[in-house]
Design a protein around this ligand. Structure first.
Ligand code: DLL
Length: 421
């Protein structure tokens, strides 16, 4: 029987949410938290925030607010109450650290159990967690959620693809959790090693933007249903929103209030329009998340989901506003390039965008590779189709090179899609 324990039976009432939020804001005032200082500059008091319409009065929080008080100046609780530290997955400079109380960790685990449970994962499943463990929130986030559901958790972490595949066969793994780009690597490994003994039925992917085309590719190559799970360390980690088996939008956890704003003006986007996701948590206490600017571009969806889950939904994240390149006046997202590459038979979904400036103007080029099964004689057809697909998906022509099979670098966590030169 499907575990229903972590389904949202009843949404918290707006009164309950805003009462909790006001009590967080009062606490920030009491401890003279940097965010309370920003409120004071606007003459704002907690009692001014009584509902969704009032949220926009509150200042937004950015990654730089957290970085400016590195390591833990954003902390809103005593150090003795902190039980865990994680960090965002940036590779250069200082990481953004985030801290959790025991209640925050429990809230996160409940949210991840809910996210994973939306796809019907239960105590009969073997969940292989191939997200890396450590400061990155992927490994432990999925781990705690799958644990609460009573599934068998296999904490392999990332990399060592041969070992991943051997364990998958030996343990009868039914659910694979990893970044979609690493799932691609596993699919390639299965091509080499064979699929005998594979019992996979579900992929719970996330941590990077991925296209519908890549979803289709992974579903057919791995013989699974591929589900999208979203989150970010600053908000707690994975678990902010997740698809159910309908695969039609991601349900947003009731612990968060989502707003969509115009990234330039910060004005609320009209209903259903795409904009930047701004998140507020009325529950998380150690590191307050109040109008946090995620930089992720999405929209809110209307209407009820046939799965019966009452939480609102957001569209899949198209990309980060800071990953958007403006080339010949057109906005280019890696996920659009990915759609084009995935649509051409004979190419693998492994690709990289090179970006550099020449006399102040943005230039980009694309590198991708053909699959081992393809023939070099077929290159002219692939080139023709790729250039058509790019024009169609993005609206401009991008110079590209189709490289020999296996040339593009493969990672075991988030893929780096843009190489800035
Ligand atoms: O990537 C948390 C996570 C782990 C989410 C595992 C899902 C699965 P960060 O390292 O802080 O945390 O990176 C957060 O990754 O702002 C998005 O830009 C991107 N991202 C995360 N999930 C998705 C997704 C984790 N499903 C940043 N679709 C976010 C698109 C995603 N982008």
């Amino acid at each position: 029987m499907m575990t229903r324990l972590y389904r949202t039976e009843k949404l918290a009432s707006p009164e309950e949410k805003y009462e909790e939020l006001r009590s967080i804001l009062r606490h920030l005032e009491e401890i003279k938290h940097p965010y309370a200082g920003r409120m004071a500059e606007r003459g704002l008091r907690p009692e001014h925030i009584n509902g969704y319409e009032d949220l926009s009065l509150l200042p937004t929080t950015t990654k730089y607010d957290l970085l400016n008080c590195y390591p833990l100046g954003w902390l809103a609780r005593d150090k003795k109450d902190i039980v865990r530290i994680h960090a965002t997955s940036g590779t250069t400079g200082k990481p953004t650290l985030v801290a959790y109380t025991a209640e925050d960790v429990a809230m996160w685990a409940r949210n991840m159990a809910w996210c994973i449970g939306l796809s019907g994962v239960n105590e009969n499943d073997v969940v292989q967690i191939s997200f890396s463990y450590g400061l990155f929130t992927g490994g432990l986030g999925y781990h705690d959620g799958a644990d609460l559901l009573g599934a068998v958790v296999v904490p392999v972490s990332g990399g060592f693809t041969d070992r991943q595949i051997a364990l998958m066969k030996d343990l009868g793994t039914t659910v694979l959790a990893c970044a979609p780009s690493y799932a691609l690597r596993i699919a390639e490994g299965l091509d080499e090693k064979g699929r005998d003994g594979i019992a996979l039925r579900l992929g719970l992917f996330g941590a990077e933007a991925w296209s519908e085309e890549l979803r289709g590719f992974l579903e057919s190559r791995l013989g699974i249903k591929a589900i999208d799970i979203y989150g970010l360390s600053e908000a707690m980690g994975p678990g902010v929103s997740a698809e159910c088996l309908e695969q039609n939008g991601l349900h947003i956890s009731d612990d968060f209030i989502a707003q969509i704003v115009d990234p330039k003006t910060l004005a609320p986007a009209p209903d259903g329009d795409e904009g930047e996701l701004v998140l507020t948590s009325w529950r998380k206490s150690a590191f307050p998340v109040i109008r946090y600017r995620t930089r992720d571009l999405t929209s809110l969806m209307s209407g009820a989901c046939p799965c019966g889950e009452p939480t609102p939904r957001m569209a899949r994240v198209r990309g980060r506003s800071d990953d958007m390149l403006i080339f010949h006046g057109v906005n280019v997202f890696p996920s659009q390039v990915e759609s084009a590459v995935c649509g051409v038979p004979g190419l693998t979904p492994n690709y990289r965008i090179n970006a550099w400036k020449e006399r102040g103007l943005q230039n980009i080029s694309l590198e991708c590779e053909r699959s081992p099964e393809s023939s070099g004689d077929d290159l002219p057809r692939m080139e023709h189709e790729l250039s058509k697909a790019i024009k169609q998906s993005i609206g401009v022509t991008i110079p590209f090179e189709i490289l020999a099979p296996g040339i593009m670098p493969r990672g075991d966590n988030k893929a780096v899609r843009i190489r800035k030169k």
